[in-house]
Design a protein around this ligand. Structure first.
Ligand code: C2E
Ligand code: CA
Ligand code: CA
Ligand code: CA
Length: 278
């Protein structure tokens, strides 16, 4: 039997072992999460700066793990992608988000678009358009009430995604380019693909009150969007000062903790109803 040394190699391999085992356990738990009802969605309002009204909500998935507590999507979405179960999870989110919008509307709330984040793997699934059509028929939402958030890098890789994008777009589903400015940012995409909205990444907003470069970038994105007749939304607004700069640059829609954190459906419903009355 080899004696246990204290060399780096063994140190790292032990760490890696623990890490891998942990991941395999999580993967396994995640496979069961849907049927065990452990996933839920928080919704974050999107606000028109001119009227201070809710123009839409973004669905952000959470996982209530039986022993580990709430796990954030930044942790488990990459695991789901690697394990090849993102299509199941993404499909659950799509159906749940659309049926929630239907419930809010049935209860007397406004019918506004719900934004759902897509993974590139979902995007390469040829059944996606059919599946989405089915959900919209089931829930009685119009295609324009579904807004799919995709990233620039997702459009880089394959031709399948272009076909799916075109098909869904012709059907009437809207697309937003999420995390705009952080990816490959080939502006050619904006002409080539049916994108309706640019979502300015939070990293440009965080220091915008201090950083002249970020201010210039944000101003440029907004003006470009206006010229291309694209809608634009800024994410990660946390302060009045940030909001003031965006408004002075003619940004018409924002999302961020300043107005509201992502909230459980019941709390969003209260906001939607309070809004409907004013
Ligand atoms: P994202 O699509 O860029 O979502 C925005 C993230 O920023 C969310 O984190 C949201 O809670 C957070 N956020 C919103 N406003 C503020 C703010 O004012 N300040 C700060 N500091 N953060 C803010 P979350 O919910 O943890 O989601 C992280 C990422 O996980 C999302 O980034 C998205 O890429 C992914 N994700 C979430 N739900 C889904 C899903 O259903 N499917 C897929 N494929 N990805 C998802
Ligand atoms: Ca998003
Ligand atoms: Ca984003
Ligand atoms: Ca992001």
């Amino acid at each position: 039997v080899k004696k246990r040394g204290k060399n780096d190699y063994e140190f790292y391999s032990e760490e890696l072992d623990v890490f891998l085992r942990e991941k395999i356990v999580l993967e396994d738990d995640l496979r069961k999460a849907i049927e065990r009802n452990e996933l839920h969605i928080h919704y974050q309002p999107q606000i028109s700066t001119a009227h201070n009204r809710i123009t839409g909500v973004e669905a952000l998935v959470r996982w209530n793990h039986p022993t580990k507590g709430e796990i954030q999507p930044g942790v488990f979405i990459p695991i789901a992608e690697e394990a090849g179960i993102i299509f199941e999870i993404g499909s659950w989110v799509l159906r749940e988000a659309c049926s929630q919008m239907r419930k809010w509307h049935d209860a007397g709330g406004p019918l506004i678009p719900v934004s759902v984040n897509l993974s590139s793997q979902q995007f390469h699934h040829l059944n996606l358009p059919k599946f989405i059509r089915q959900i919209l028929e089931e829930t009685g939402l119009k295609p324009e009430h579904l807004n799919l958030e995709i990233t620039e890098s997702m459009m880089m890789d394959a031709t399948v995604s272009t076909t799916i994008l075109q098909e869904l777009s012709e059907y009437g589903v809207r697309f937003s380019l999420d995390d705009f400015g952080t990816g490959y940012s080939s502006l050619g995409y904006l002409r080539q693909f049916p994108i309706h909205k640019l979502k300015i990444d939070r990293s440009f907003i965080t220091d915008i009150t201090m950083n002249k470069h970020d201010q210039a970038i944000v101003a440029t994105i907004i003006s470009m969007a206006n010229h291309l007749q694209l809608d634009v939304i800024a994410e990660g607004i946390e302060t009045q000062e940030q909001l003031d700069i965006l408004m002075s640059n003619d940004c018409k829609e924002i999302q961020g903790y300043y107005f509201s954190r992502p909230l459980p459906a019941a709390e969003v419903q209260e906001l939607l109803f309070a809004h409907a009355k004013t």
